[in-house]
Design a protein around this ligand. Structure first.
Ligand code: ZN
Ligand code: ZN
Length: 682
């Protein structure tokens, strides 16, 4: 405790009620006199410095002004702080301090104001007392006083505390193993945020083969499959994470749960030949990436929501309120504009973003009626484009990361589709028009009370108008009531002039929004829109998502609930890494099922089985023997063209294929692609 406070408290504790009251009155008067003398002096100096633009001196004077405004209330506050600090976390408090609350209660009873609540910055004292020298007060004086109050209030507001996001991710990560024992891995594990920085590699220890442990072939094949599974999961989870992080809100535990669910879904399809260590490492890799991304997201959110930052945003507005109040100036138009800009405008923008998803899909379907009309036509469009571009990387991703490739393709298509003309702008304009109509209707309806009589022409009427308006727009747009309160704080406008101003400002906002829309861009729109058009289109053409067990060709059956999966055209199996004695396999499923050739893999416990009998292992697949000889020309051509690259990619030897394959030309391939469509009944 400082010496001054010691003297102050002693004086209060020692004396009787009358003496105490006298002491406080006397002290108050003395301090007031001191401040007044000092302040007017300082204000004069302040003005001089301001004319000279002497910044250093201004800063110094600011501080002096702040210091010289010391009042009795500061001592009172200090008393409370001392009590708080002393009683925090300790049971032993000195007698003097423990008697402070009683003293405060006595003072309160005797009529001395005691600050019980502070930190609410929207409580600006309504009438700042300048009565003594009303003529001299300039805007600069008011501003200086405002600054002083502002600094004081700001010091009392606590910032937001950051959540430990990686810890939350880690907890979910752990519980995803349920009762399985992963303690040994957890013990050797480092910090979660350090994982997932390098590429994920399937390792020897990830493979679980049981009695087949000795089979090098089996080992290699399982490891290859695990790597493929991992690549797909990681890429799909990465996209999910990005999408979560782009949404405007805060991090939620559900994000991590969704990611872990997605991993589990993929693992279900990955067979049984992997060790828990694989699952552990894979989840760790993904959760590591997610924990960094989610922390970043959380921090961004905090920065935006921080009450201090929030209040600072409104600082100039509070200042103008303060000055207007003092000058009793008309603030009607300013308040109306603030309402439309700060409350209404964001709500309308949000409404447009949230609702245009389905409209974008409709527009895409209208522009490209064929390619999304069936799965087969969709495949045709993609494959044709792949062939035209003839790029190995694209083929490789299409084969190994089919889902991602398709999602990205659709996204790029949408971007391209709306980059050329103003159809996106037209969609948004339509939305704007319809919401503006609703706004005008709501305004009309808000001008009367529940009984249909006009609102009173005073401050209360203006307040009711806004309340009515927000209520009637409630089902279409979400206006933040917190912001409304902040904006309309100290609104003294009467209802009629406020309504008039409001109409003008709404018109102004409409023009501004139209301008924004005509400059809007599709990528940004896709980020903000809540129902993603790319996901809707993907669901339309994606089907069941199952792939041929031998060559990984996606199932072509329409819908998702069919009994049998099939694809008309299969590919040489080597294209997805399948091999015989490390030579990429050139065989195509549709011919394999005819002869006496065999296959072995995880499902057959690496025992050779006849292709003919594939349905024993894959009862829900129907692989029809070749319909006609050129059916697979497309993929034969791909194998011939990129044999070397595929071999390098799978660390295998190049496939050996029949000589006729080399004679297939690009033109023939295109013809066969078209023919395939004609041959398929759908
Ligand atoms: Zn196949
Ligand atoms: Zn299917």
């Amino acid at each position: 405790m400082t010496k001054t406070m010691e003297i102050f408290i002693d004086a209060l504790l020692g004396s009787d009620d009358t003496e105490r009251a006298l002491f406080l009155k006397w002290m108050g008067l003395k301090m007031d006199m001191r401040s007044r003398k000092h302040m007017s002096n300082l204000r004069r100096k302040y003005k001089e410095c301001e004319q000279k633009k002497d910044r250093e001196a201004i800063a110094r004077l600011d501080k002096e002004l702040l210091d010289s405004s010391l009042g009795i209330e500061h001592y009172m506050r200090e008393m409370g702080q001392i009590y708080e600090a002393a009683s925090f976390g300790s049971n032993k408090i000195s007698d003097k301090i423990s008697s402070l609350p009683t003293l405060a209660a006595k003072l309160l009873l005797a009529g001395f104001p005691i600050e019980l609540l502070d930190g609410d910055a929207s409580n600006i004292p309504e009438k700042w007392n300048y009565k003594d020298h009303e003529d001299e007060v300039t805007d600069e004086d008011l501003k200086a006083d405002f600054e002083r109050m502002w600094t004081q209030e700001m010091g009392n507001i606590p910032g937001l505390t950051e959540k430990d996001v990686p810890c939350d991710v880690l907890m979910n990560f752990r519980s995803s193993f349920e009762h399985r024992n992963v303690t040994q891995y957890l013990q050797t594990m480092g910090k979660l945020t350090q994982y997932g920085k390098k590429q994920f590699k399937a390792k020897k220890e990830h493979v679980k083969l049981g009695k087949l442990k000795g089979l090098i072939y089996a080992h290699r094949s399982v490891k290859h499959d695990l790597q493929n599974t991992a690549d797909n999961v990681i890429s799909s989870c990465f996209k999910m994470t990005e999408q979560f992080a782009q949404s405007k809100g805060d991090y939620q535990t559900a994000f991590t749960k969704d990611l872990l669910d997605e991993i589990n879904e993929h693992l279900k399809k990955a067979g049984t030949n992997y060790d828990t260590k694989f699952e552990f490492d894979l989840k760790l890799h993904i959760c590591g990436i997610a924990s960094r991304k989610f922390t970043e997201m959380h921090r961004k959110y905090l920065a935006e929501q921080d009450p201090l930052k929030h209040l600072k945003k409104f600082k100039s507005q509070y200042l103008s309120d303060f000055i207007d109040l003092y000058r009793k100036r008309d603030q009607c138009h300013r308040k109306a504009r603030e309402f439309t800009q700060v409350c209404l405008n964001p709500a309308v923008t949000e409404y447009i973003d949230q609702s245009i998803g389905p409209d974008i899909v409709d527009a895409v379907l209208k522009k490209h009626p064929t390619e999304y009309s069936s799965r087969v036509l969709f495949q045709y469009t993609i494959q044709k484009e792949l062939l035209e571009k003839s790029n190995f990387e694209d083929f490789n991703r299409y084969i190994l990361q089919y889902n991602d490739y398709v999602k990205e393709w659709i996204y790029n298509r949408i971007v391209k589709c709306f980059s050329k003309d103003i159809s996106l702008q037209n969609i948004k304009m339509k939305k704007l028009d319809s919401i503006m109509q609703k706004i005008m209707k709501a305004m009309e309806a808000s001008k009367v009370d529940g009984n249909g009589s006009p609102l009173p022409n005073n401050e209360r009427g203006a307040k009711t108008l806004i309340q009515n308006f927000c209520k009637s727009m409630n089902c279409d747009i979400s206006i933040s009531m917190k912001k409304v309160k902040q904006v309309l704080f100290q609104n003294t406008a009467d209802c009629a002039s406020f309504t008039k101003s409001l109409y003008e400002c709404i018109e102004e906002m409409k023009i501004q929004l139209k301008d924004e829309i005509s400059n809007s861009d599709i990528k940004e729109t896709l980020n903000n829109v809540s129902v993603k058009p790319q996901s809707m289109l993907f669901k339309r053409v994606f089907g069941c998502g199952k792939k041929c067990p031998f060559c990984k060709t996606p199932c072509e059956a329409e819908g998702t609930d069919h009994q049998q999966h099939h694809a008309a055209v299969h590919r040489p199996k080597g294209l997805c890494g399948s091999r015989n004695d490390n030579v990429l396999c050139e065989e195509i499923c549709t011919s394999s099922v005819l002869g006496n050739r065999t296959f072995k893999n995880q499902e057959t416990d690496f025992e050779p089985q006849l292709y003919k009998d594939y349905r024993k292992y894959y009862p829900d697949w129907h692989i029809a023997p070749d319909m006609y000889i050129e059916a697979s020309d497309y993929w034969k051509y791909v194998m011939v063209t990129f044999n070397k690259q595929f071999a390098e990619c799978y660390k295998a030897e190049q496939a050996v294929y029949p000589d006729e394959w080399k004679k297939i030309t690009k033109e023939q391939v295109l013809i066969s692609l078209k023919k395939n469509i004609l041959n398929i009944k759908y």
